[in-house]
Design a protein around this ligand. Structure first.
Ligand SMILES: NC(=O)c1ccc[n+]([C@@H]2O[C@H](COP(=O)([O-])OP(=O)(O)OC[C@H]3O[C@@H](n4cnc5c(N)ncnc54)[C@H](O)[C@@H]3O)[C@@H](O)[C@H]2O)c1
Ligand SMILES: C[C@@H](O)[C@H](N)C(=O)O
Length: 368
């Protein structure tokens, strides 16, 4: 306790005089920081009806869709999308967008303070396949970046959502289904960084009362946004290829079974856990599951609508090795029990919806 008091005094003396890091920048945060109850998070939402939300890494596969959903719920100007890339015009014109590099702590803090942010959705990441080709970048973005996010969130009493992934499990985890709590020894830098995020978030929750919330997403499938370099990307690309050329070369083996989810289910789950009363959250990290399929299963389902689709296989050994170590299905009964998670899309609905979105509406309507 003495040490803590000394650190607090020292932090107050130095506050504002230079960039802070690690424990020092945490100690400078609000007086509620050492409450470990996890039940009361008084400053996590300054206005109960309208939290002010910042989404980092918002120009990837998931961010724009999430912004749309959150804006419908909380108002356009209460949701700020951010990224280090320039947004396309429609995104720029559809609501607040700002530059934010999660590696720049001072800039992040400025954004949180100037915009009175109360919830932070941390989407910036380097995904599994890209991570294996650039480990240094993945470490920087996924680990150093996460530290910045957790420290800022703790310092300013934010509610913070950080997605984890099926990639947080590894070859020694039970595979079918994979429970919430089990051995986690991933063999990718992406997976290692996501286990780190889960553990750090939960530690900050218990240690400082941070309102940390985390879902382990399956591979996410979306029609109008492209995946950012993961192992499950084939399951998005096949739809575009099917509609455009009728041919697809798959980089995973035909029998590789992985958990997948349609983007609407994923984004709804995210909103639901963000809104869940803190005392319903028995855990701070939950598996969520919807469907599982192989490239062969997916091809057969698409061929019900587009019978001429031809799929060939040219296996990428890096992606295949990653997929071979991942779960086949996630066990998600805790999410269903604690905050009412329920998926809406199984494989047939997924295929119908994807093909309808990708402009093959007539053929889809005839087929169903
Ligand atoms: N898409 C999926 O299938 C899936 C599955 C499980 C978990 N997730 C998680 O969900 C989150 C969002 O996924 P996604 O598919 O949209 O990712 P993505 O790769 O499509 O997008 C990530 C975004 O992060 C941004 N970024 C990179 N470095 C940054 C930095 N220094 N500062 C700020 N932004 C930076 C990129 O510009 C990019 O727009 C990630 O954390 C990912 O791990 C995604
Ligand atoms: C599964 C998920 O984390 C991401 N789509 C990837 O394959 O890396």
């Amino acid at each position: 306790m003495m040490l803590v008091m000394q650190l607090m005094k020292s932090a107050v003396r130095h506050a504002g005089s230079r960039p802070r890091c690690g424990v020092e920048r945490l100690i400078g945060s609000s007086s509620r920081q050492f409450s470990a109850s996890g039940r009361t998070h008084p400053s996590s939402c300054t206005d109960a009806d309208h939290p002010k939300i910042l989404i980092t890494g918002g120009l990837g596969q998931l961010g724009v869709g999430l912004a749309k959903l959150l804006r419908r719920r909380f108002g356009k100007n209460n949701v700020i999308l951010s990224d280090i890339r320039k947004p396309p015009n429609d995104v720029y014109l559809n609501g607040p967008f700002i530059f934010s590099d999660i590696l720049d702590y001072k800039n992040l803090r400025e954004i949180v303070v100037n915009n009175n942010i109360s919830w932070l959705v941390h989407y910036s990441a380097v995904l599994s396949a890209v991570g294996e080709s650039n480990v240094a970048l993945a470490k920087e973005v996924n680990i150093t970046g996460l530290h910045n996010i957790l420290d800022i969130a703790t310092e300013h009493g934010l509610r913070v959502f950080v997605p984890s992934t099926i990639g947080a499990f590894g070859p020694s985890s039970p595979k079918d289904p994979t429970p919430d709590l089990c051995v986690q020894r991933p063999r990718t830098i992406y997976g290692v960084s996501k286990v780190h995020a889960e553990l750090m978030g939960e530690y900050y929750h218990h240690r400082y009362g941070l309102d940390f919330r985390c879902l382990r997403y399956p591979g996410i499938i979306s029609a109008d946004s492209q995946p950012g370099g993961g192992t499950t990307d084939y399951a998005v690309q096949i739809f575009h290829a099917a509609a455009k050329t009728g041919c697809f070369e798959c980089n995973l083996r035909s029998d590789t079974r992985l958990p997948m989810m349609y983007i609407d289910d994923c984004l709804r789950a995210t909103l639901e856990i963000l809104e869940a009363p803190a005392d319903t959250l028995i855990s701070r990290t939950y598996n969520i599951n919807a469907m599982s399929f192989t490239p062969h299963n997916l091809t057969q389902e698409i061929q019900k609508v587009l019978p001429d689709l031809k799929v060939t296989y040219n296996v990428d050994p890096v992606r295949q090795a990653i997929a071979d170590g991942w779960p086949m299905a996630l066990e998600d009964s805790a999410a269903r029990r604690d905050w009412g998670w329920k998926h809406e899309y199984d494989l047939p609905e997924l295929v119908q919806t994807m093909l309808t979105h990708i402009n093959t509406g007539n053929q889809v309507a005839q087929a169903y």
